[in-house]
Design a protein. Structure first.
Length: 166
């Protein structure tokens, strides 16, 4: 949530959005009104607090991804959505090699073999998306990149949608 891109639009769309960050500096500049300070492995929300729990570009920065996803499932009533950089995208791979903090893990695009979901949520959809990065794609490239905007294995991001079992 570092730059508030998603929380800003979710708040406009849904009316109620709650966010989390572990940096008091980021919280001071927050775009979303309901942002709290906390840790990913112990979310400061009660069980089943939200209809949807969402993360973007976060899991590749944490050591215990499984615990983070488990916590996301705990506070969700139904849906958990994960968006991570696609390591099969040449630019994402190069960026990860150049910037150690951005190293991407093998976020499997096959729902059947995605082990991040665990037993606490059932992965129901996993797709690659994006050839245009928000906030940093030069506008001169937009017409060209839009031509490639379709389901292809090498797109920028992998999006996993998971549902809690009844």
């Amino acid at each position: 949530m570092r730059n508030g891109v998603f929380t800003h639009y979710f708040e406009q769309l849904c009316g109620f959005v709650s966010g989390l960050d572990n940096s008091s500096n980021v919280l001071a500049e927050r775009a979303c009104r309901r942002v709290v300070e906390g840790e990913l492995t112990y979310l400061p929300f009660g069980d089943r607090s939200f209809d949807v729990v969402f993360e973007a570009n976060l899991l590749h920065h944490v050591e215990d991804r499984t615990e983070v996803v488990r916590e996301m499932a705990r506070v969700s009533r139904r849906w958990v959505i994960l968006i991570e950089p696609n390591r099969y995208n040449p630019l994402m791979l190069a960026f990860g090699l150049a910037v150690p903090a951005e190293r991407v893990f093998d976020f499997d695009q096959d729902v059947e073999s995605c082990d991040l979901a665990g037993d606490w949520v059932q992965a129901i959809s996993c797709v690659t998306t994006g050839m245009i990065s928000q906030n940093n794609t030069p506008s001169v490239f937009l017409p060209l990149l839009k031509r490639f905007d379709r389901e292809i294995w090498y797109r920028d991001y992998v999006v996993l949608v998971a549902e809690k079992p009844p």
